[in-house]
Design a protein around this ligand. Structure first.
Ligand code: MTE
Ligand code: MO
Length: 165
């Protein structure tokens, strides 16, 4: 192999690895706890693949957040994911890749139409950019209710799993 070809291959493989590194966590979600529907061998978890998540009706929320300027987030309603798994309790613990965990009320999320956003302004969220899933509430529509440190804790990013309890 010529040196030129070797360098070319090396450059190609480096380039190919870049988008992978930027979105290393796949778009996927595990739901467990008090749910009536499961799809794993042990009947404990409902695993949603990227295809499952993209199949759900897409809802958008255009809002600024403490961390992002006004932009349009898109993804399924948290409520639709909970319906899919037949969730049987109101508390939903969100678990993240960075081991943050926060429990939100399904009823409250439904009230605000909170979404599990997988894109912002048409661009898929990556782990370095709030992805793979970011629970977004319409803050600009409810500025007094959805601002401040208590509300901010609900805007959970890097979500990998939900536990219904
Ligand atoms: N994945 C993830 N989401 C998160 C957090 C976190 O540590 N990890 N912190 C939460 C909390 S408690 C608050 S107040 C806000 C603000 O976090 P920040 O102070 O790191 O900006 O993000 C929320 N979402
Ligand atoms: Mo917080």
């Amino acid at each position: 192999m010529t040196l030129q070809r070797t360098l070319g291959l090396l450059a190609a493989s480096l380039l190919a690895s870049l988008p992978l590194a930027a979105s290393a966590a796949p778009l996927a979600l595990d739901v467990q706890g008090m749910i009536g529907r499961t799809n794993d061998a042990d009947h404990t978890v409902y695993h949603l693949s990227e295809a499952d998540l993209l199949k759900l009706p897409v809802h958008t929320i255009t809002t600024s957040t403490t961390w992002t300027p006004k932009s349009t987030f898109a993804g399924p309603l948290l409520g639709d994911v909970l319906k899919l798994v037949d969730a049987r309790a109101d508390n939903v613990e969100l678990r993240t890749i960075d081991d943050y965990s926060y429990t939100v009320s399904a009823r409250e999320a439904e009230h605000y139409g909170a979404i599990l956003a997988y894109s912002r302004d048409g661009v898929r969220l990556t782990v370095s950019n709030f992805g793979p899933l970011f629970l977004v509430y319409p803050r600009d529509a409810y500025p007094s209710e959805l601002s401040g440190s208590v509300a901010e804790a609900k805007f959970v990013w890097l979500i990998k799993a939900l536990v219904v309890k």
